[in-house]
Design a protein around this ligand. Structure first.
Ligand code: ZN
Length: 331
């Protein structure tokens, strides 16, 4: 995959937002660190939907560069107390991406920063081990959340449609390890990876929220978008993939919240309204994305209410999609 050239001491991105925790809404700083990249992409096993390899450095970076990226990102902090969410193009806990020394220095700085109330790090389950989490816990004693992109509770969909290369049982094991070291767990789920009809995709995520709810404190539902240089992009160009309808996201959130009222369930409709992102008819996309954003902070299903004529069309797509084996009916 073609790489873009970037300075090794600057993060991919860092931005302020708000996050919903059990106790309420808190300002947050999201940090995307540039690293060597996800090892799966180096062994030619990247996920069908993931274009993040384009943001990776492609070579191992020094602890100094990684800490400099982190410190640069922290200058964009919100005022007062906040939480920090750290993502790489792979796993924060893979020492090939973030060497031990850099990891300890970053977690140490976050631990001693009195405005930082909670930290979220993202990892594939194979790096959530006793040794790694206990190491993290030696330098970082505040609230720690480990986010895992389990994507779905269906092993068939995770392996065959996404090529993620791990099992639901790996996720359960990782979640138990995290909890043993007093860390909470967040599951990232993916609505509508390739090869699924709209209806199958909806039912998959409603079931997945139910299945992960025993192992996590929070769920975030990512709405699949078409990233550059991916298998998904090839399918999309051929007319064999349409990103999820925002109606589907609204339907999933409504049903999942009704089934799991105490679970924090959020979604950030990245790329909503674009052809390559989740969209409805074009006229109601902003309203629908706004409703999803509001619900994600309030957890109140009334915030998901919007109206548009295209809802009927979406319902037909959900009904008929199963008959076309996932081939798009409407773009
Ligand atoms: Zn509409």
């Amino acid at each position: 995959m073609e790489k873009r050239q970037h300075p090794p001491n600057k993060p991919v991105a860092a931005w302020k937002s708000f996050d919903r925790l059990k106790e309420g809404v808190i300002p947050s700083l999201t940090i995307i660190l540039r690293t060597y990249g996800c090892y799966r992409s180096r062994i030619g096993q990247e996920c069908t939907i993931c274009g993040f390899a384009r943001d990776s450095a492609g070579v191992p970076l020094s602890p100094e560069d990684l800490v400099a990226q982190f410190e640069n990102a922290m200058t964009r902090r919100p005022d007062g107390e906040f939480m920090v969410k750290i993502f790489t193009s792979g796993s924060f806990t893979d020492t090939r991406e973030i060497p031990l020394d850099a990891r300890s220095r970053i977690l140490g700085e976050l631990d001693s920063d009195s405005d930082v109330k909670k930290v979220l790090i993202e990892s594939r389950p194979e790096f959530v081990t006793q040794k790694t989490v206990s190491d993290c816990r030696q330098t970082f004693c505040k609230k720690l959340e480990i986010a895992i992109g389990v994507e779905t509770s269906s092993d068939a969909i995770r392996l065959d449609c996404i090529n993620k290369g791990f099992l639901f049982s790996d996720f359960i094991r990782a979640s138990r390890v995290a909890h043993r070291f007093d860390s909470s767990v967040k599951a990232y789920l993916l609505l509508k990876p390739p090869f699924l009809s709209e209806g199958v995709a909806i039912r998959d995520i409603v079931k997945s929220v139910r299945d992960v709810s025993k192992y996590v404190e929070a769920v975030s539902i990512n709405l699949c978008n078409v990233q550059k240089g991916t298998v998904l992009e090839k399918l999309y160009r051929r007319g064999d993939y349409r990103p999820p309808w925002l109606w589907s996201a609204i339907d999933v959130l409504r049903r999942a919240k009704a089934e799991n009222p105490d679970l924090i369930i959020t979604s950030d409709p990245v790329g909503a309204g674009g052809k390559r992102g989740p969209h409805n008819c074009g006229r109601c996309d902003r309203d629908a994305a706004g409703a999803i954003d509001r619900f994600s902070l309030s957890q109140d299903v009334d915030d998901l209410y919007i109206e548009c004529d295209c809802q009927e069309l979406w319902q037909k797509v959900v009904e008929l999609g199963d008959l076309t084996y996932g081939a798009p009916i409407v773009v």
